[in-house]
Design a protein around this ligand. Structure first.
Ligand code: SF4
Ligand code: SF4
Length: 112
């Protein structure tokens, strides 16, 4: 399940640098996916590209955007549900140079 940013976002920008998959963009900024540039998904608030979000699986034990957001507006998106296996495969594909090792409680919220 991808994480999403709700309209409660105050555009503080704290989350963007924390994302290990470069899935977060400021409102109005076009995003990059597989070498192609796409129009922004929101013009008003920071947004998350579902195809790039892994719920931080493979990297951290919790969603980093949600951890730093001062208004708790980074929440699970029920319209983009994925299994841990699917999310881990996405993480590997997007970070081909990273040696992920095995999933455990330190790098998957599913294991906590
Ligand atoms: S949950 Fe993790 S991968 Fe997804 S947008 Fe937030 S920081 Fe990025
Ligand atoms: S940390 Fe929260 S409030 Fe700040 S830009 Fe990200 S989603 Fe918006």
């Amino acid at each position: 399940m991808s994480t999403k940013i709700t309209e409660e976002c105050i555009n503080c920008g704290a989350c963007e640098a924390e994302c290990p998959n470069t899935a977060i963009y400021s409102g109005g900024t076009s995003y990059e996916l597989n070498g192609q540039t796409h129009d922004a998904l929101s013009n008003d608030f920071y947004y998350i590209v579902p195809e790039k979000c892994t719920e931080c699986v493979g990297h951290f034990d919790q969603e980093q955007c949600a951890a730093v957001c001062p208004v708790d507006c980074c929440v699970p998106d029920p319209n983009n549900t994925e299994t841990e296996d699917q999310l881990f495969a996405k993480a590997k594909k997007m970070n081909p140079d990273k040696n992920f090792g095995e999933l455990d409680a330190s790098n998957s919220h599913f294991r906590k």
